[in-house]
Design a protein around this ligand. Structure first.
Ligand code: SF4
Length: 345
């Protein structure tokens, strides 16, 4: 379901703007419904009031929990069933001092075909509707019910390339940043880079933070690792990212999956320093999460830490991160692949 369809249905049931906002807020904030005699929904138009229980069941059916795999770091990989039997993954991110978050999927499968990603190997199955994207946040909030700020951040870094489903992702971002009460900077649009993203994001009512998957400073290597990403060079990506950072005031998060012997050399460090010194940038080094049969390995933790130290010394703000849920051996797309091929588990 698309949010646009949901709004059309609400309007057809007689809902005015305030009713629509109230229905959306209740849903997206996973709020308990008022049941008292003076609950505002008693004043809804009759057709809306009558249709509401069925509509709520329908919304709850957009994203159902099939399985949860908790990690030692407080994260949990959620295998999420959709209304047509397809599955995607969401990840509950650990709760820190500022609260927790969720990483959501934007497509079933993905067409970019990154060589180190399990999701990319299966290609694109279908797009997610904007309501299915929001429903993953609602599901996450229900998992963390009773925990203040259990989900105050949403990152669009799960299965799929958000730029390939741009209209639906932008609609989801707008609802999460308004009815969902999530800070705009706490919504993180993650992409391999696409010219349309740099046109649409600055024009949106809700402007999310931006994460760019860089992975290498070498154009030929990037074209090989991300075979169907748009043909932007790393330098062009950084130029476009910097313009967005200047426009919004948010630093760009650069993502770098560390692959041993591929992009963990001193030449890449020099390349990163050349590209990012003086920019509003945060570099996230993420050691590769092993994928069976991928042929890639992660470098040692010592090497990864040395790279982070070197970059910080050169003035590039860098964090070394474990991908959430690494200890349950579940990289992007692995839970879904396992669920579909249990015999190989
Ligand atoms: Fe798609 Fe992201 Fe996987 Fe690349 S890493 S194939 S963009 S899901």
């Amino acid at each position: 379901m698309r949010l646009a369809d949901l709004l059309d249905r609400l309007h057809a049931l007689g809902a005015g703007p305030a009713h629509v906002q109230r229905v959306l807020r209740h849903w997206v904030q996973a709020a308990e419904h008022d049941r008292g005699a003076h609950a505002p929904e008693h004043f809804y138009p009759k057709p809306l009031l009558e249709a509401l229980p069925g509509l709520r069941d329908e919304l709850a059916g957009l994203a159902r929990l099939n399985a949860s795999h908790p990690g030692e770091d407080g994260s949990a990989r959620l295998l999420v069933g959709l209304h047509d039997g397809q599955m995607v993954e969401s990840v509950l991110l650990p709760v820190g001092p500022k609260g927790g978050g969720v990483c959501v999927s934007t497509q079933v499968g993905c067409a970019v075909g990154c060589r180190f990603c399990m999701t990319g190997q299966g290609g694109l199955v279908r797009q997610l509707g904007s309501a299915e994207i929001v429903a993953q946040v609602v599901l996450a909030r229900r998992q963390r019910a009773g925990l203040q700020n259990g989900v105050r951040r949403v990152v669009f870094m799960g299965m799929g390339e958000p730029a390939h489903n741009l209209d639906e992702v932008m609609d989801a971002i707008e609802v999460l940043g308004t009815a969902g009460n999530i800070g705009h900077k706490e919504l993180v649009f993650s992409t391999v880079g696409d010219a349309r993203v740099f046109e649409r994001l600055p024009a949106g009512r809700v402007k999310p933070a931006l994460a760019l998957s860089l992975h290498t400073t070498k154009p030929e290597l990037r074209a090989d690792l991300l075979p169907r990403a748009p043909a932007l060079t790393p330098a062009e990506l950084v130029t476009l990212g910097e313009a967005y950072a200047q426009a919004t005031g948010y630093p760009i998060q650069y993502q770098w999956t560390l692959l041993e012997g591929v992009n963990d050399g001193d030449d890449e460090l020099e390349g990163i320093a050349t590209l990012l010194t003086g920019k509003r940038a945060m570099m996230n080094l993420i050691p590769f999460n092993s994928v069976e049969g991928s042929g890639y390995q992660r470098p040692s933790w010592e090497r990864a830490a040395e790279m982070a130290r070197w970059l910080n010394r050169r003035g590039v703000l860098t964090r070394l991160r474990r991908s959430a849920g690494q200890d349950v051996d579940a990289g992007c797309g692995q839970l879904r692949a396992r669920a579909e091929r249990p015999a190989r588990g």
